[in-house]
Write a protein that binds this ligand. Sequence first.
Ligand code: GNV
Length: 649
Amino acid sequence: MSGGASKVQSQHGRWTVSSSDEEDAEPARQTGGPFPLTQSVRKDYVSDSDETVVDEGEFGAADSGQGNTTSSTHGPPGSGHSRESPPSPHASAARKIGQEPVSNPIKTEAPSPALKRLRPSSESGWGVSSSDEEPDTKAEARQVKEELVDQRSPGPMKKKQRPEGMHHHCPSAGSAAAWSPKPESDDETLDRWDVLEKAKSFGFYLTKVSGIPAKDNCGALHIKDILSPLFGTIKASAQFNYCIDIPWLVKQYPEEFRTKPLLIVHGEQRQSKAELHGDAHPYPNIRLCQAKLEIAYGTHHTKMMLLLYEEGFRVVIHTSNLIRDDWHQKTQGIWLSPLYPRLPEGSSESAGESMTNFKRDLIDYLTSYRSAGLGEWIAHVKQHDLSETRVYLIGSTPGRHQGNEKQKWGHLKLGRILSDRASPVANQESWPLIGQFSSIGSLGADETKWLCSEFKESLAALGKSQRSLSSQQVPLHLVYPTVENVRTSLEGYPAGGSLPYAIVTAQKQPWLSSFFCRWSAKLTGRSHAMPHIKTYMRASPDFGELAWFVVTSANLSKAAWGTLEKNGFQLMIRSYELGVLYLPKAFGIETGRFSVHQGRLSDCKVSEMSFPIPYDLPPQRYSSKDRPWIWNIPYLHAPDTNGNIWAPS
Ligand code: GNV
């Protein structure tokens, strides 16, 4: 069923000095293996991809004119990266990520003891979840489901059973934020307790990381957990993403759901689109929807799942591509919506709206694709009650947005929500901003061109009653991995294949280095799991409190967040992006501040309304020796965790 060609793609088109053939084999860190590799491997699957292209069918409308040239040999002006060498367009998995820098990770001498120490569970005996075949997955997911599935949904599992001690160090396995010990008491108490627990949940999760101690994966989710029947009985689903390995994706669904209708919304064009269709061909239940990208250098970065269940509907907004490596040893973020119940027949379109206007905003976002293929998904959203949603949707959609439309997207949307909805907090005008991301676009000749003008001004917005400082006086910290972060990461240099900051871009903006802070996540056990998560927040000067928090697909780029043109008349956005904003007030916190929880998500006392921050605060500035990771230059002098060097061609 799963095409051999695609399997080859997903495993061999990428960094594979050390990776094994077996999809479910433990990590790509066996030493040895075939020598230099990549190029011949890529030919293998290219030659395999001459399958019949799936007919566009009803989605033809989405396939109209593209002015885009993602295979340009020049760096996109405002995108998350520049390409110096033309990308070789492929349909799926192997494309783009990791493969594009065309580096040759070359095996050197045996790794040093220090490097050995970083090796993951298969060798260390730490024995965590291999994300791909995880014996504990079901048990953990079962607990999660109890947090997530609505009381009304009947089922073999009674809501109030909460299996205890199924995971040694992990009292709250699977529920990242959601629970404290449950009181032994009568039913009424339990109901109230459950309601309270639910209200308290932030729905914020990290992905499981293979090769770290099990306790650090408590409350983390693999994609198989998210798609598990314990979260709901899938009737149909839609997957919005950038890089998609279709055979791998199908395997992440439980067998009983693998033949349910699956819509894949992507941004591929021309040959890589044809290859994606070829990959989908063996699966008659899969339809593809191509997102229009009418502005040059735009990309479809949005990562979202829409899950239609027998029991209702769920939205998942996250940061991982639909490829194995993105769910293996990276730090990735996930927002899970509550289970949304179906509205009674004949409810008005505006029924089921949330305090945060999430339903309208999600419908507007989906409508912006102007795609027939999304019509039924817009209808599903309309038919459900999204009123329990406590987050705001922050999306970007390509266009030159003017008038009313301008503040619906990108940084202007974030700025508008902050100024309309944020509660006043004393002295907040001097609270620092933190941005954290996995790629950086071309931001101009100096900080006044975009970063510290329009972008920072939007992020520094305060409630209308409050006087803002000039945003010049707001400290800004930018968290992005150093070369050393990448070298010593679980994946080693190949992690840099997902941190596509290009040398041509970096050379144009030496001024940016003064803002950089290292990746550090000791307290979540994720210091060696490189970030593909993107987060933005405003913290108190001691970093003990938060005014707001965003998790999103949007990197630090004008293509993602938008750039003002025509003297502020329009906001030009190239890419599709999606994220969610947390404001304390929507969680019933009237002080206007979350307290910061640093440490494992599973230890987080949501009862205290502390927000689980996925990396260490305060951010630590680069030392004079630190360099930001740049993916298309060589790193030859120090071997990585797996004994490899990085020699991009
Ligand atoms: C490596 C990514 C994403 C995303 C988008 C890339 C690129 C590139 C390279 C990783 C990536 N683009 O998640 O949306 O060259 O565009 O992870």
